[in-house]
Ligand binder design. Sequence first.
Ligand code: ADP
Length: 195
Amino acid sequence: MSATTPRRVGIYPGTFDPITRGHLDIIARATRVVDRLIIAIAVNAGKEPLFTLPERVEMARHEAAQIGNGDGSRIRVVPFKSLLMNFVDEVGASVIVRGLRAVSDFEYEFQMAGMNARLNPRVETIFLMAADRYQFISSRFVKEIGRLGGDVGHFVSPYVQGRLERRFRELGVSEGAARVRRKSRKKTGRRATRG
Ligand code: ADP
């Protein structure tokens, strides 16, 4: 590509709470379509994320650095708090990348793409599908499984798995442990009232 050829910049927005093997598969595919990819991590306070914005950015940076074939050097991870379509302009992107898992994703993505197209008609949204073995993965279920003490190693990298385990330890969960604590608190409470 000559120096004068405009570079196609794509932006892959999401919450990434935390980044999963599904996200990574989409990222690897996106780097084949665009010259530079910006992983834009939304603050998304409404979703009450398990990880803070700086933590999610740090994990995504760690994961992006592992992506092979030198593709990692074409990826940047940045936080954003503004309207996506304004942010797209700020970073000079012309393509929004989204992943589609199942029919269930379609309606939401369809509406979002339509409204974004109205806000900024110069930007195209493209949808990519992950490989079969990653399609069912969602950050939400990874967190639910992890919270209950299940093995999330199939769904996230060992690094992210470690971060999840640490976070649940910090929060004093697994749920199993919490249930035992609740039970014993009830018992002690009962004993205390009985005198
Ligand atoms: P959101 O918070 O909007 O659901 P996420 O942060 O979970 O977004 O994911 C960002 C994007 O990645 C979304 O387009 C979502 O559909 C896509 N995505 C997440 N997991 C997968 C997966 N396993 N396969 C394909 N796309 C995925």
